[in-house]
Write a protein that binds this ligand. Structure first.
Ligand code: ASP
Length: 543
């Protein structure tokens, strides 16, 4: 029961089910139980469907031309007064909604999100099945593996002191399925990672996990582009232009200051060295890089905002941001070095803002952030979906805290052939056969061509200081005629969120955890009985 109104001796109710709303009309004198009705009750009504009087028709409702005159009514399930009003424009805070998620999910908008998700997943299955892919489930209980995120561990009752780990992804198994000869595999797979809380991270998220044998990057790109074409047509009834543009990781950083650029607006980062390196301005002198942004109509960005950004840049150990506004005369922190040559060269027009940074390459990342912030502030972000592929990522990176060399995606990625000779000398220079699918500034998928030769895989383990013994199952399999293979794993939660035009993945997950990794509905994590711990041979230390 969605709404109840008493009008002129008659009771009008909105009865809601998954398909929508129907108005019921009840004469409480004939049906006394109507007096006991309250919102959110589950009821059964029988009667006659009739056309509403012309003036009472509701064009906003699918069933707005008719109503049901109730002859028989039964309350199947009585509802207490709900803790918040169940309505699309919900007023309750997210904690309360998550606590009573089953009530929250009664709201039409939430049902629409979940059904939308179902449609996307259905379209994915249709598409992949039509290309002869086989859906195969892989274990959730697996071995703890050192590479990647932190594992969720599961103590073994039968083997005291030993542990399983919850699968962070089916990576290992999907590669083994290729060795086993399945050639084309997919799975809508749950991935469990004990990562530090972060906005839009979930301890468990869902990936469309894909792996194929005898493929190269081109095959994967084509497959995924075709899949999005199909999803867009099927679910949104929209066309999508393919192939998606492709840029290398380096180009992406240079032009957009990020490896997941938002192409819905321009404002690319520009090389400003030719204009500024000779200037008598100490912060720019002798700097390896001078780069900046020309922000069209950027004069609306206030001096206060620019000062704040300058402080933030300094906190990050950068030289700060320097800026000039042209509004007739030029003002700002570098006004005095802006000459006609710069104004013409950068095509600075009245109303424009120029932002310049100097230093090492890390200024690019800060400029990338400014590019996004300015676009948001100035409303430059157009409607629609801008996909692109980013490829040629470095195979390894330095872990900032420890200085350790780690795989930038994962350790199963094949180095680019021409870079293999540099693995020993300078692993950080080696590029991997890695690719990301990006849309509107979000990373939607990552994947790679894998190592199907044991020696190469062992070498990568040793460069990253990984104990190869933990991966015996993979290494052994590579000894038995493994086919070349590669794959990708688009993130389902994020795809659904983006296509639904939402900005939190929790809106498209039926029972999500909070950003602090808690299940408010279940009250988890929680303590367990001493008996249970004993069975698992676990003794807790007082904390
Ligand atoms: N398993 C990888 C991940 O979860 C995806 C892949 O390389 O296919 O990121």
């Amino acid at each position: 029961m969605d709404r109840i109104r008493n009008l002129g001796g008659l009771v009008f109710l909105n009865l809601r089910d998954r398909s929508g709303i129907l108005q019921l009309v009840i004469d409480p004198n004939k049906i006394p139980v109507a007096k006991e009705l309250s919102l959110q009750d589950c009821i059964m009504a029988e009667g006659e469907v009739r056309e509403r009087p012309e003036k009472q028709k509701n064009p906003h409702l699918k069933t707005g031309d008719v109503e049901l005159t109730v002859k028989r009514l039964e309350i199947l399930g009585k509802s207490k007064v709900p803790p918040f009003v169940v309505e699309d424009d919900v007023k309750a805070n997210e904690e309360l909604r998550l606590h009573y998620r089953y009530l929250d999910l009664r709201r039409k908008v939430m049902q629409d999100h979940i059904i939308f998700r179902h449609k996307i997943v259905t379209a994915i299955r249709e598409y992949l099945n039509s290309y002869n892919f086989i859906e195969i489930e892989t274990p959730i209980l697996t071995r703890s593996m050192p590479e990647g995120a932190r594992d969720y561990l599961v103590p073994s009752r039968l083997y005291p002191g030993k542990f399983y780990a919850l699968a962070q992804s089916p990576q290992m198994y999907k590669q083994l399925l290729m060795v086993a000869g399945f050639e084309r595999y997919y799975q809508i797979a749950r991935c469990l990672r004990d990562e530090d809380p972060r906005h839009d991270r979930q301890p468990e998220h869902t990936q469309l996990d894909i792996e194929m044998s005898f493929v190269d990057e081109e095959d994967i790109f084509k497959l995924i582009e075709g899949m999005f074409l199909h999803i867009f047509k099927k679910v949104l009834n929209r066309d999508l232009s393919i192939p998606f543009p492709r840029i290398t990781f380096n180009q992406s950083i240079e032009r957009f200051g990020t490896d997941k650029p938002d192409l819905r607006f321009g404002m690319e980062i520009m090389d400003m060295k030719p204009f500024f390196s000779e200037k008598d301005f100490p912060p720019f002198q002798g700097k390896p890089e001078i780069r900046g942004l020309v922000v069209k109509d950027g004069k609306q960005i206030s001096r206060k905002t620019l000062d704040q950004l300058n402080q933030e840049a300094k906190k990050k150990g950068l030289e700060g941001i320097f800026w000039a506004k042209k509004d007739g005369p030029v003002s700002g922190s570098i006004a005095r070095i802006i000459d006609e040559n710069i104004i013409h060269g950068l095509n600075l027009e009245d109303g424009d803002l120029l932002v310049v940074m100097a230093g090492k390459r890390d200024i690019l990342y800060f400029l990338g952030r400014l590019r996004n912030e300015f676009a948001q502030k100035l409303n430059l972000i157009s409607e629609g979906f801008k996909f692109l592929w980013v490829y040629d990522f470095p195979l390894f990176e330095k872990e900032p805290k420890t200085g350790r060399i780690i795989a930038s995606h994962h350790i199963f990625t094949q180095p680019k052939k021409e870079d293999i000779p540099y693995l020993d000398k300078d692993p950080l220079q080696v590029k991997g056969r890695l690719y990301d699918l990006v849309c509107n500034g979000n990373e939607l998928a990552s994947g790679s061509i894998r190592n199907h030769k044991r020696e190469l895989q062992e070498k990568l383990f040793s460069i990253a200081g990984i104990d190869a013994d933990k991966y015996t199952m993979l290494l052994q399999a590579l000894d038995f005629g493994a086919p070349p293979h590669g794959g990708i794993a688009p993130g389902i939660d994020r795809i659904v969120m983006l296509l639904a035009g939402l900005n939190s993945i929790r809106e498209v997950i039926a029972f999500p955890k909070t950003t602090q990794a808690q299940g408010l509905l279940e009250g988890i994590p929680d303590f367990v009985e001493p008996e249970q711990l004993k069975e698992l041979h676990i003794k807790l230390e007082p904390t």
